[in-house]
Design a protein around this ligand. Structure first.
Ligand code: SF4
Length: 350
C-alpha cells in the first residue's frame, strides 16, 4: 500500500482499521520504533481514531534518549577537562551522573551547539582539541563518517536499528505484536535489512496517512498470522537502501557492541570507528581522561528504560509532569523533541 493523502484518505483508512481490528478478537500492541513517528502520532491525534483494542507504544528510536548515561558522562568529562565539545542541541540538557553538558558550559567548559556536523568540521580547522558528539542512527552516521574521514575527532555513539529491534523481541517484559519501522533509517539501510527480524513489520513514511496505513497493514498481517516486512514508504525506501551512504558508513565505521539506555548492551548494534581512523576516535585519543570516568548513576525514580521499550507509558512514571518536565528534565526521554515523555507532556497526556 502506498499512501500520501489528507483528511479524506485518513478517514477512509481509519474506517478500514476499525473493520479489521474488529475481526481480531484480542488486544493488539504495535510499536512505533521511531521518535519522529511518535511525534506524528501525537501531533495528529492518531491514537484517538484507533479502536480500543489497538494500542500504539513508543520504542527506542530517539537517538538522544537511548544514549547511555556513561556516554553522556564521558563527553561531560571531556568538556570539563578543557576539550571543546560540539554537539547537537538536544544532547545539551540530558542529565548526566554529575551534570549535563549545559551545566558543564555554565561552569566554563567550551561546549558549542551545532546544527550540522559540517559546522563542527569547520571549527576543527582552528581548534586543536575539539570533539564532535556523534549521535544518531544510520541516518546521521554517513555525515559523521564523511567529517571524520576529513579529520574531525568524533566520540561515536552511533547505533543501528535492526539489532535493537531483535533485542526487544527477546526481552520477556516487552509485549509487541508488530513494528512500525522508521522510514528515515530505512531510506539508508533498505527494506531488506529487516528480513531476519521475526515480527510483523511495516516501513512507514511520516505523513499521518502513512502511519495510519502502516497500522492497517500490520493489522492485516496479524489477522492472517503473517510476520513479514512490508514497505508502505516505497516513494522513498528501496529494497537495498542507499548504497552510497552505506559505503561511506562502512569505510569509516565497523560493527561493535553498544550500550543502549533501556536495552543494555546490544551485540553488533554500534558503529565504532575503524582503527585506521584512530587519530579521530575520541575514545582512543582521550582514553586517559575517559578511563577515569566513574560508574554512571541514574536518577532515582526515572523509568526511561521502560518507556524506551514500550513497557510503560510516560504518565506511568511517578516523576512525569511533577519533578520531571521539559524545563527540568530528570531523564533523557523528557529532553529531546523525539523523546516519548517530552512528546506526551507537550500533548497534555497526564
Ligand atoms: S517522566 Fe522523566 S523521569 Fe520519568 S521516565 Fe520520563 S524522562 Fe524519565
Amino acid at each position: 500500500m502506498a499512501v500520501f493523502g489528507g483528511r479524506e484518505v485518513c478517514g477512509k483508512i481509519a474506517g478500514k482499521i476499525r473493520e479489521v481490528a474488529g475481526s481480531i478478537e484480542r488486544d493488539v500492541r504495535l510499536m512505533e520504533v521511531c521518535g519522529t513517528h511518535t511525534q506524528v502520532v501525537a501531533r495528529y491525534g492518531i491514537r484517538s481514531v484507533l479502536p480500543s483494542n489497538v494500542k500504539l507504544v513508543s520504542g527506542p528510536g530517539c537517538p538522544v534518549c537511548v544514549t547511555a548515561q556513561r556516554d553522556i558522562d564521558c563527553v561531560v568529562e571531556l568538556a570539563l577537562t578543557g576539550v571543546k565539545v560540539a554537539t547537537y542541541g538536544d544532547m545539551m540538557r540530558v542529565p548526566g551522573s554529575k551534570m549535563s553538558l549545559l551545566d558543564a558550559r555554565a561552569e566554563g567548559a567550551d561546549v558549542e551547539v551545532v546544527c550540522s556536523v559540517v559546522d563542527a568540521l569547520r571549527m576543527c580547522r582552528d581548534v586543536k582539541d575539539i570533539v564532535f558528539f556523534g549521535v544518531g542512527f544510520e541516518t546521521t552516521a554517513p555525515m559523521s563518517a564523511v567529517a571524520l574521514s576529513r579529520g574531525l575527532c568524533v566520540y561515536s555513539v552511533h547505533k543501528t536499528m535492526p539489532a535493537a529491534m531483535k533485542m526487544l523481541l527477546s526481552m520477556e517484559k516487552v509485549n509487541v505484536d508488530g513494528f512500525i519501522n522508521p522510514g528515515n533509517v530505512s531510506a539508508i539501510i533498505g527494506a531488506s535489512a529487516y528480513k531476519d527480524i521475526d515480527a510483523a513489520q511495516v516501513i512507514a513514511g511520516f505523513e499521518p496517512a502513512d502511519v495510519l496505513a502502516s497500522v492497517l497493514m500490520l493489522l492485516l498481517q496479524i489477522k492472517r498470522g503473517e510476520r513479514k516486512v512490508e514497505n508502505e514508504y516505497k516513494r522513498v525506501v528501496g529494497e537495498r537502501g542507499n548504497q552510497r551512504a552505506l559505503g561511506v558508513i562502512d569505510e569509516v565505521f565497523e560493527e561493535r557492541d553498544a550500550d543502549w539506555r533501556g536495552l543494555g548492551v546490544v551485540a553488533g548494534s554500534g558503529l565504532g570507528i575503524r582503527k585506521r581512523f584512530g587519530n579521530c576516535d575520541a575514545a582512543l585519543r582521550f582514553s586517559d581522561v575517559l578511563d577515569g570516568v566513574r560508574e554512571p548513576k541514574l536518577c532515582s525514580g526515572c523509568r526511561c528504560g521502560e518507556v524506551l521499550t514500550g513497557v510503560i507509558e510516560p504518565h506511568e512514571c511517578g516523576l512525569f509532569g511533577g519533578k520531571c518536565r521539559p524545563e527540568s528534565p530528570m531523564g533523557a526521554c523528557m529532553v529531546s523533541g523525539e523523546g516519548a515523555c517530552g512528546i506526551a507532556y507537550r500533548a497534555g497526556c497526564f
